[in-house]
Design a protein around this ligand. Structure first.
Ligand code: SF4
Length: 509
C-alpha cells in the first residue's frame, strides 16, 4: 500500500499546535506530511494574501504534489479568505480539500460550501483513520469526526469519544524539514519557529470551569456533549519530557509559556510539576490563571520552580461576569488573587473584556473602581468582545436582539481589526473616557490621585479626546520600556515586535 501524502496548511498562524500534532502522529505512522505555514497574524490588522503569496502557495503545492490538502481554519474571521484559497485550489489542482480547526468544528455546514470534507473536533486520531482508509482505497465517507460533501448531499458522521489519555499523542514535530513558511516574497523551507526564544506548551485540554459564555469553550461544550471528559491533563513526566526535548531543539530558548486555558492547580500534580521543573528545566515560565484557582501557597511553590509571570482573567465586574458571561467569579476572589500575586512579587497581566452591549455607566465605573483597588505594578491586556458563532453569549444576544447576525464573526472580521483594544478604534465618548482611565491605571508613572481626579471630571466623559491622547502617549512610553527590557533580557523576537509595534493602533499594556 502506498501511503498517501498530506499537505497541511496553517492559515495565518505560525504557532499552531493542531497541524504540528497531526503531522507528528501521521509521520510516526509512515505517512508523508508537508506542513505549510501561510502568513501570520498581526494584531488588529487584516492583511489579505497578495497575488504573489497565492501564486507561491499554488506553485509549492504543484511541486510537492500531495494527494490531499488539509487547511487549518482557526478563526471564523478567516472563513472568506479560506474560501477564496479553496476556490483557487479547485481551479488549479484537482485534489480533495479538508477544512479543520476551530471554525470548521463550529461551522461545518458553512465550511462545506467550499471544502469537500470537514473535520470536526480533535483531529489527530481522526486524520490517521482517514489517511489509512484513503491509502487503502477504502470508502472514507464512514470515517468518524468528518462531514463529507457527496452527490447525495452532506454525509454527517458522529464524532468519536474524546481522547482520554493525552500522553498517548506524540510531541509536536519541530525537527522535520518537510515544512515551509510563505510570507511576502518568502518561501522558506524548515521549521519557521526554530529561532524562537519562547516555547509554547499546554499541559491540558479544555477548561476546568463551567464555560464562560463568550469563550470558545462554550462553543465546544455543545460539540463534545456526551463524548467523555472534556478537561484532561497530561502527566507531569510527559510535559517535562517535551520541555527537555524543546531545550535541545530550540538553541536560543529563554522562556516557557504555558498556554493552558487555566494552568492546572490540582495539588499533587502541581507539586510534582514544580519539583521536576525546578530540577530539569530551570527556565523562567509564564502561566494563565483564573482568580478562582489561585492560592498563595501554590503560587509560591511555582515561583520557587521558576514562575515569573501570571496572566489572570478578570474580564469584568462581578455583576457583568455573572449576569452576562456565566462566570461565577467574585470581586473578592479577584482582589485576593491580585494580592497573592503582588505579595510574591510576580509580574502580572490582567485580562479584561470590553465593548459588551449591556454595561451601563455604573458598571463601567465599578470596573474602574475595582481596578483601583488592585496593587500596582501590573500590565493590562484589554480585549474587545468578539461574537464567535454559536457561543452561548452570541446565541443569547441574538435572541435578545442586542446584536445582529452581521456582528457575528463569520459575517464579520472584527477579531482581525480590534481583538486587543486600541484607543483609536471608534467607540462612544463615554467608553473612550473609561477605557483611557483604565489604560492609565497600569502606568506607574501616572499617580493614582491624578487618575482619580480625572475620573471625576464630568466634562471629560462627553469630550474625552484630550484624555485619549494622554492615555495613548502613556501607552507609547510604557511600550518603549517593555520592548527595551525584553531586548536587554534577550526575549524580544522580531515577530513579537511586529505584533506590538503598529503605531497607528497601539495595543495597551
Ligand atoms: S474564559 Fe477562561 S475560565 Fe472561562 S471558559 Fe474560557 S478558559 Fe475557562
Amino acid at each position: 500500500m502506498k501511503k498517501k501524502h498530506l499537505a497541511l496548511i496553517s492559515l495565518y498562524v505560525i504557532e499552531n499546535n493542531g497541524p504540528r500534532l497531526i503531522a507528528a502522529l501521521l509521520r510516526n505512522h509512515g505517512y508523508p506530511v508537508t506542513e505549510i505555514y501561510f502568513k501570520d497574524l498581526i494584531n488588529n490588522k487584516i492583511v489579505y494574501p497578495t497575488k504573489k503569496e497565492l501564486k507561491s502557495l499554488v506553485d509549492l503545492l504543484k511541486k510537492i504534489n500531495p494527494d490531499i490538502i488539509g487547511i487549518s481554519v482557526r478563526a471564523s474571521a478567516y472563513h472568506e479568505i479560506a474560501g477564496k484559497i479553496t476556490s483557487l485550489f479547485k481551479r488549479e489542482l484537482n485534489l480533495p480539500i479538508i477544512w479543520g480547526g476551530m471554525h470548521a468544528t463550529v461551522c461545518p455546514e458553512e465550511s462545506l460550501k467550499y471544502a469537500d470534507i470537514v473535520s470536526i473536533g480533535e483531529a489527530e486520531l481522526a486524520m490517521l483513520d482517514l489517511m489509512r482508509h484513503y491509502s487503502q482505497k477504502e470508502d472514507i465517507t464512514t470515517t468518524p469526526n468528518f462531514w463529507f460533501k457527496t452527490k447525495g448531499g452532506i454525509k454527517k458522521n458522529e464524532i468519536r469519544p474524546l481522547l482520554e489519555d493525552l500522553d498517548a499523542l506524540p510531541f509536536r514535530d519541530y525537527v522535520s524539514q518537510d515544512k515551509y513558511l510563505i510570507k511576502g516574497h518568502q518561501v522558506k523551507q524548515g521549521e519557521p519557529i526554530r529561532h524562537y526564544r519562547e516555547f509554547f506548551i499546554s499541559a491540558s485540554r479544555g477548561c476546568p470551569f463551567r464555560p464562560c459564555s463568550f469563550c470558545s469553550n462554550s462553543q465546544l461544550e455543545k460539540v463534545f456533549k456526551g463524548k467523555g471528559r472534556y478537561y484532561r491533563i497530561r502527566s507531569v513526566d510527559n510535559v517535562i519530557e517535551e520541555l527537555r526535548q524543546a531545550k535541545k531543539t530550540f538553541k536560543r530558548l529563554k522562556r516557557i509559556r504555558f498556554d493552558d486555558e487555566v494552568f492546572n492547580f490540582s495539588k499533587n500534580w502541581m507539586r510534582e510539576f514544580a519539583r521536576q521543573y525546578a530540577q530539569l528545566i530551570k527556565l523562567p515560565f509564564e502561566i494563565l490563571l483564573d482568580p478562582r484557582a489561585i492560592n498563595e501557597e501554590n503560587l509560591r511553590l511555582l515561583k520557587e520552580a521558576g514562575l515569573k509571570t501570571v496572566n489572570l482573567g478578570i474580564q469584568n465586574t462581578e455583576r457583568i461576569n455573572k449576569s452576562l458571561y456565566n462566570r461565577n467569579t467574585t470581586n473578592q476572589e479577584v482582589l485576593r488573587a491580585a494580592r497573592a500575586i503582588h505579595n510574591l512579587n510576580l509580574a502580572v497581566h490582567y485580562h479584561l473584556l470590553f465593548d459588551d452591549p449591556v454595561s451601563n455607566t455604573r458598571d463601567k465605573s465599578d470596573l474602574f473602581q475595582l481596578l483601583l483597588r488592585i496593587p500596582r505594578p501590573y500590565d493590562l491586556y484589554l480585549f474587545s468582545l468578539i461574537y464567535f458563532p454559536r457561543s452561548a453569549l452570541t446565541e443569547r444576544l441574538l435572541k435578545e436582539n442586542l446584536i445582529t447576525e452581521n456582528e457575528v464573526e463569520i459575517n464579520n472580521q472584527k477579531v482581525l481589526r480590534q481583538w486587543r483594544v486600541d484607543l483609536s478604534y471608534p467607540r462612544p465618548p463615554e467608553d473612550r473616557f473609561w477605557l483611557s482611565l483604565i489604560v492609565l491605571l497600569s502606568k506607574n508613572f501616572v499617580p493614582l490621585s491624578f487618575i482619580r481626579w480625572l475620573s471625576r471630571r464630568k466634562f471629560l466623559m462627553s469630550h474625552p479626546s484630550g484624555l485619549v491622547y494622554f492615555a495613548q502617549f502613556s501607552n507609547l512610553i510604557k511600550m518603549a520600556g517593555v520592548v527595551l527590557a525584553q531586548i536587554i533580557k534577550g526575549e524580544m523576537t522580531w515577530i513579537k515586535f511586529k505584533e506590538w509595534a503598529n503605531l497607528r493602533s497601539l495595543i495597551t499594556q
